[in-house]
Design a protein around this ligand. Structure first.
Ligand code: SF4
Length: 373
């Protein structure tokens, strides 16, 4: 059979640089059965294939509905069905991913002068889930239907010995009762590794910190601070983290979502959400942690939409966040854009509407004092 695999996020998102694990597993499985499998990087001539598998992770990646109606097309993934997405059939889910699915696409990009470094997840990492599931059931999360976190795959199932690193996509490793044996096997693999989806710092203990911060980790430690209501426990765990490491930690900071009344937004909510966003940024910076702003899609409905964009641009570029206050960033960005930019208009609108928020604007992350724990 001639099979095309389509990673819809790769086609629909310009800056997307992470391989689709389901696509790699499908490719590995069908190639082993003797089929001719290719990665298709456009939607042309799909009728020439016996089978076309389309997968996407992000719900806002665009795809023409008519393509999904073609008789030879099968599609799936959280990008289409979110929390209702069907898992892959067992034999495919537990098949070794085809780590060469993207080779030709990467070679073409590099030939077009793109830097090899941005493809490192395609070239240097073995990728998989050691556990699946979570215990928290956050209403906005794709994992909200899970009630437990359990072992899913042994590392050997997706480990490519020729790759230097391992990237784990687990939802909440510390919620799994077997977390320690997972860390043991990762440390014994001889590879450096990371849990990319963020760790649940609310579950940290001395024992977990001891193991985590002495592991063969690669990259930043990533946690999450999704809700200001967790402030007390987050601060407690930040203190704990800083007992064990001075290394840089990153926190996903979720915003633009009404935890109290999802999908209901009014002026009072937007004010509160932006205020809480700045508060969380400030708390994290006090502990030498970098915020990484994750905007829920509904931020687009906000009269302060541009503020969410400004704050993300300020925080999500560590070089900028570490060296500029929010005010300095907005001034510099406005100048770069020739003045009277939307960056500046949103900056002024926020001050005019809520003058008390100005107190956040001159605050600056201080590498030196933050180091001083
Ligand atoms: S803790 Fe994280 S993974 Fe678990 S449900 Fe909440 S957002 Fe999702």
């Amino acid at each position: 059979m001639k099979i095309a695999i389509v990673d819809a996020d790769l086609i629909g998102r310009k800056k997307h640089r992470f391989p689709n694990l389901a696509c790699m597993k499908l490719s590995g499985y069908y190639k082993e059965l003797g089929n001719e499998v290719i990665l298709k990087t456009d939607y042309n001539d799909l009728e020439e294939f016996d089978k076309v598998f389309i997968s996407k992770v992000f719900t806002d990646t665009y795809i023409d509905e008519n393509i999904l109606k073609l008789p030879n097309v099968e599609y799936g993934g959280t990008g289409f069905f979110y929390d209702k997405a069907e898992p892959l059939p067992y034999d495919i889910e537990h098949h070794m991913p085809d780590y060469h699915l993207y080779d030709e696409w990467i070679n073409n990009r590099i030939a077009n002068d793109e830097k090899i470094k941005q493809f490192e997840y395609y070239t240097n990492y073995s990728i998989g889930f050691v556990t699946r599931g979570c215990v928290r059931q956050c209403s906005f999360c794709v994992n909200k239907n899970y009630k437990q976190c359990n072992l899913h795959s042994p590392i050997e199932e997706f480990l490519d010995k020729d790759r230097k690193y391992i990237c784990l996509l687990d939802d909440n490793i510390f919620a799994c009762k077997d977390w320690k044996s997972v860390f043991d096997s990762l440390n014994n693999s001889g590879k450096r590794f990371q849990f990319k989806q963020g760790l649940d710092e609310r579950l940290l203990t001395d024992e977990k910190c001891e193991v985590l911060f002495n592991s063969r980790w690669v990259g930043d430690y990533i946690f999450a601070f999704d809700n200001i209501n967790d402030k007390e426990i987050i601060v407690k765990k930040l203190e704990l983290i800083r007992k064990y490491t001075h290394k840089r930690c990153k926190f996903y900071v979720f915003c633009g979502y009404n935890h109290l009344n999802p999908e209901h937004y009014d002026e009072e909510f937007w004010e509160r959400d932006i205020n809480e966003l700045f508060q969380r940024i400030e708390i994290l910076a006090r502990y030498k942690c970098l915020p990484y702003i994750m905007r829920y899609k509904d931020y687009e409905l906000s009269p302060y939409r541009g503020t969410y964009i400004n704050v993300s641009a300020w925080c999500n570029q560590p070089n900028i966040f570490e060296n500029m206050s929010y005010q300095q960033f907005c001034v510099a960005d406005n100048k770069r854009r020739g003045g009277n930019s939307s960056t500046w208009r949103y900056y002024e609108k926020l001050i005019n509407d809520y003058p008390y928020m100005e107190k956040y604007f001159s605050f600056k992350y201080n590498k030196e004092s933050a180091m001083n724990f």
